[in-house]
Ligand binder design. Structure first.
Ligand code: ATP
Ligand code: MG
Length: 406
């Protein structure tokens, strides 16, 4: 910002970082806006790279960090405009929005008042065109302008409203809130790839459980995960009702502890019950043997889900592995548990098993056994396996619990 100012340009921090700083939270990243054009920015910073074909902005490397430096953009007008490169659909969704503008225009095109504050780090002043400071104090997520119009322009804002509400512990301002269930169906028009990005932000932001509850409350959930919603509604076996919130609480906990999280785990959890419904269909109705039914069910559930929220190929592969590995936990004879433990995906599969024991879908003992099996050294592991086989010959019964719906 010093560099910008010395060259005679304006330069401010904007958006989430200002909001978070004012709340005393640690910002995730820093965004800068300026009245300098991208070409000017590139000339000013040796380490700047212009990105984006249509709306160009600069990435300026600053030590290990990359700071996004954007030029003020104008607020959307209605209709298409060749000259200024604006495109809008008949429903009012903005496809392209690439017009430079004034700082005030830049504020008005942002989504929520608390996201439209500018901070001048050189004189410590905050510039507020939209009442964002007051809303920050009140803890309110409020759309800038007319909620219905602004949500139609970009339905992803519906999800963003919920995300900030959950993450910041804010309330949604009533006029904004009223539009959420009314316009929820517009999420169906959002490209699945963008939905995937948003789903990660929703569930890997540290407040997944709260986010999930709000998404259901505002009827947004079923546009993200319709199969899961169906399973939750039918409440078969009671598992999804407990599995989903347990998993999300678990994800929040991992993030709080700085542990890694993977989207595959999330999808494996959310689609677990739909998977079983599909397996049942392919075995009972179609008469397929179990392995074939499993294969067909995985394919159909993942492809149906991907119509709403895209699932990158490598993540879908991991989801399948987590699912398929679940049956290996009950095979504990001979070398099987040793080989399983060595496999690359053991840990993800084990985390999923633990959740299933917590919902009562699988015996708690089985989870405990595997926990201990990992903790002890090889001789004791062999003893554990021997003990199992003795127990099973004694009772003439394999020490495994039958699957719920095999
Ligand atoms: P986070 O802390 O999660 O990154 P953020 O507010 O920084 O939250 P970003 O997605 O990083 O969110 O976006 C940065 C800023 O860009 C927002 O604060 C907002 O001003 C603006 N913005 C982002 N997405 C939209 C949108 N869909 N519509 C309007 N403005 C948006
Ligand atoms: Mg941000």
């Amino acid at each position: 910002m010093n560099t910008l100012k010395h060259a005679g340009f304006a330069g401010y921090l904007v958006g989430g970082c200002v909001r978070d700083l004012m709340l005393g939270r640690e910002p995730k990243d820093f965004d800068v806006v300026t009245d300098a054009r991208p070409e000017d920015i590139r000339k000013l910073f040796r380490n700047a790279r212009l990105i984006g074909r249509r709306f160009r902005l600069a990435h300026v490397r600053f030590g290990r960090d990359i700071i996004e430096v954007a030029t003020f953009r104008a607020m959307p007008r209605t209709g298409n405009d060749e000259e200024t490169d604006r495109q809008m659909t008949a429903e009012g969704r903005i496809l392209r929005d690439n017009v430079f503008g004034s700082q005030q225009e830049d504020a008005l095109r942002r989504d929520f008042t608390v996201n439209a504050l500018y901070y001048d780090v050189l004189d410590y002043s905050v510039i507020d065109y939209v009442g964002g400071v007051e809303d920050l104090k009140q803890g309110l997520v409020r759309v800038i302008g007319d909620p219905s119009t602004r949500f139609r322009e970009d339905p992803v804002r519906l999800l963003r409203a919920v995300r900030f509400c959950a993450k910041l512990g804010f309330k949604i301002e009533p006029l904004t809130e009223a539009q959420l269930p009314v316009l929820a169906h517009l999420l169906g028009d959002v490209p699945p790839a963008r939905m995937f990005e948003e789903v990660l932000k929703l569930f890997h932001g540290g407040a997944a459980l709260e986010t999930y509850e709000l998404l259901r409350k505002y009827d947004l959930w079923r546009y993200l995960f319709p199969l899961t919603e169906e399973a939750l509604a039918s409440e078969e076996g009671g598992y999804p009702r407990t599995l989903v919130p347990l998993a999300l609480a678990n994800t929040d906990q991992r993030i709080a502890q700085g542990k890694p999280v993977t989207p595959a785990f999330l999808f494996a959890v959310l689609l677990w019950q739909p998977l079983h419904t599909a397996i049942a269909y392919h075995t009972a109705q179609q008469g397929h043997p179990r392995p074939e039914a499993m294969r067909l069910a995985m394919a159909s559930v993942l492809s149906q889900q991907a119509e709403h929220v895209a699932i990158p190929r490598r993540i879908a592969m991991l989801v399948r592995e987590i699912w398929m590995l679940q049956s290996k936990f009950t095979r504990r004879a001979g070398n099987q548990p040793f080989r399983f433990l060595q496999s690359e995906r053991f840990r993800a599969a084990y985390d999923f098993l633990l959740l299933r024991t917590e919902t009562g879908e699988e015996e708690r003992d089985l989870g405990d056994w595997w926990t201990r099996f990992q903790e002890v050294e090889d001789p004791e592991r062999r003893a554990m396996v021997r003990q199992l086989s003795r127990a099973s010959t004694a009772s003439h019964q394999r020490p495994r619990r039958r699957r719920r719906r095999s």
